[in-house]
Design a protein around this ligand. Structure first.
Ligand code: S3P
Length: 166
């Protein structure tokens, strides 16, 4: 089984991905983590700061290309994966794309607590990005699972049910 999790920053892709990988006894591939590992940098933030966003997107595309033959895994993508159709095209072959949908409020609350996201500067620009991306997540999704107020295990079970149906 191959599940590709998409969604905005802090929508829970990594944490739900971990739970899914555990329940399904399948590997978890976190694209942000892999991109950092393949780079000379310590973090996504550092890649953005030193190499720039375009370089990060190119690394993301290259990684997705290298993953195209993966058959059995949970793949947790970065929130910007939908900005390049080629990434989804590489990742979704023989897989099911699940959009983890979270409200802007829930996302803002989580992001404010952290300091790891290079694309977060202020509420207004984050909201703009959210509104631009929302239709893309919906368009790529084979299934949509909303996450607000739900425990991780419940979300993971919903994802599994949605994937078995689609
Ligand atoms: C990004 C989201 C991040 C990371 C990078 C860019 C985005 O991943 O890939 O900072 O464009 O939304 P998360 O969704 O895990 O925060």
């Amino acid at each position: 089984m191959k599940i590709i999790l998409i969604g905005f920053m802090a929508s829970g892709k990594s944490v739900v991905g971990r739970m899914l990988a555990h329940l399904l006894e399948t590997p978890l591939i976190e694209t942000d983590e892999r991109v950092v590992a393949a780079s000379k940098r310590q973090s996504v933030k550092e890649i953005f700061a030193i190499d720039g966003e375009t370089a990060f997107r190119e690394m993301e595309i290259e990684l997705a290309r290298s993953l195209r033959s993966v058959a059995d895994a949970v793949i947790a993508t970065g929130g910007g994966a939908v900005m390049n159709k080629i990434i989804l095209d590489y990742l979704r072959a023989n897989g099911t794309v699940v959009f983890l949908a979270a409200s802007f409020q829930a996302i803002l609350q989580r992001i404010r607590k952290e300091n790891t996201r290079p694309l977060f500067t202020d509420r207004e620009s984050l909201k703009k990005l959210y509104d631009t991306r929302l239709p893309l997540y919906r368009a790529y999704a084979d299934a949509i699972v909303s996450t607000d107020g739900k425990p991780v295990a419940g979300i993971a079970e919903e994802v599994i049910r949605a994937v078995s149906k689609s």
